[in-house]
Design a protein around this ligand. Structure first.
Ligand code: RAM
Length: 350
């Protein structure tokens, strides 16, 4: 996968690990080949490798990449891939897609949730009908999915972004957060951790505002403009969403704030390349979204085939990524975040 052969990666901000996925390729063959046609305890068919990806919304390059990773995995093990999703990343916009997948009798749903609870009833109806539910990227409450595939732990994701902005603004000043949608489980967890970490490590930094661009490009662009208007002393913006950071960078690039207000957060290299190369943005972080989707698809396969239930300690084969073990709270961790800057961004294409 993309990060495996990274030679020039530059770990910055202390604890940023250089490689997103450094899993030993110990293919112990945990996953079975599927004993076709049998029925598991929840009524699922263990040979039904029909897997539907449901991102927060369609049209976001982050999910295009993650879901392509899922498709690659599903093709490799002979399953059927489908991607569906709403145009807007709003709390219950995913419900109708979940209901349709249940009616279709898919083997598993792989979902990034716009809200921790709004889709829970629909997911539990799917599970009652035998559909395995994998959340990835943005979790639901733990009682409405079988497993969560987490891109990196929340503390690590928070730390890297706060360390980057602190570095870029010289450790003091006003900082604002431009987030995704107000209910997004993943961003909200990261923001909480960012506030705690910033307060303890950088007493001279004040987080003055958090605004929501709804993972919509234009809304994020407008919210950036409004932030800069209402906080004339703003030194930096953290946008923990690939949609937000790209829109904010586009705003800064042609504004009077370029070079004066720092911007970091979570972005994709292809969306951020121009801004890093022209100095609008110094550095930002992310993991490999393709690996995330790939891992989620293999977890779905293992659940469908009944080789795991999602319990802590369960192990499963994840193809090229090697073997993974389920940790606490039915969660599987992909790896560590990675920092992109001028020196390494040319090595990436996603
Ligand atoms: C956006 C979405 C996604 C998040 C990334 C960092 O694409 O909000 O959920 O993980 O940003």
């Amino acid at each position: 996968m993309l990060f495996h052969n990274l030679g020039k990666g530059k770990a910055r901000a202390g604890a940023v690990a250089a490689i997103a996925v450094t899993v030993a390729l110990i293919a112990t063959g945990c996953a079975s080949d599927g004993d076709s046609g049998s029925t598991d305890s929840a009524g699922g068919d263990s040979s039904n490798l029909s897997i539907t990806f449901l991102p927060k919304n369609l049209g976001n390059p982050y999910f295009d990449t993650s879901d392509k990773g899922g498709e690659k995995a599903i093709e490799s093990f002979g399953g059927t891939y489908q991607e569906v999703g709403p145009a807007e990343a709003s709390p219950d916009a995913q419900v109708s897609y979940i209901n349709t997948a249940t009616t279709q009798g898919v083997g598993a749903l792989v979902v990034s949730a716009n809200d921790p609870t709004a889709i829970c009833d629909a997911l539990n109806e799917a599970r009652d009908a035998g559909v395995k539910v994998v959340t990835f990227d943005s979790d639901t409450d733990a009682d409405c999915r079988d497993i969560f595939i987490n891109q990196a732990d929340a503390e690590g994701i928070a730390k890297v972004q706060v360390d980057l902005i602190a570095d870029q603004i010289g450790g003091s000043g006003e900082v604002a957060i431009l987030s995704a949608s107000a209910n997004a489980t993943n961003q909200n967890a990261w923001i909480e951790q960012m506030k705690t970490y910033a307060a303890s490590e950088y007493p001279d930094i004040t987080i003055v505002d958090t605004v929501y661009g709804d993972d919509d490009d234009q809304t994020s662009f407008d919210k950036t403009a409004a932030l800069l208007q209402s906080h004339p002393d703003l030194k930096g913006i953290i946008s923990p969403t690939t949609v937000g950071i790209a829109a904010a960078a586009r705003y800064l690039q042609t504004s009077e704030y370029k070079g004066k207000v720092a911007l970091t957060g979570l972005g994709t290299p292809n969306q951020m390349r121009d801004y890093v190369e022209d100095g609008t943005v110094t550095s930002f972080a992310l993991w490999n979204p393709a690996d995330l989707g790939y891992l989620a698809a293999f977890a779905a396969k293992a659940l469908i085939e009944g080789t795991i239930t999602g319990a802590e300690g369960d192990t499963f084969d994840a193809g090229d990524l090697g073997e993974y073990t389920v940790g606490a709270d039915n969660t599987v961790l992909l790896g560590d975040p990675f920092v992109f800057d001028k020196d390494n961004i040319g090595d990436f294409d996603f």
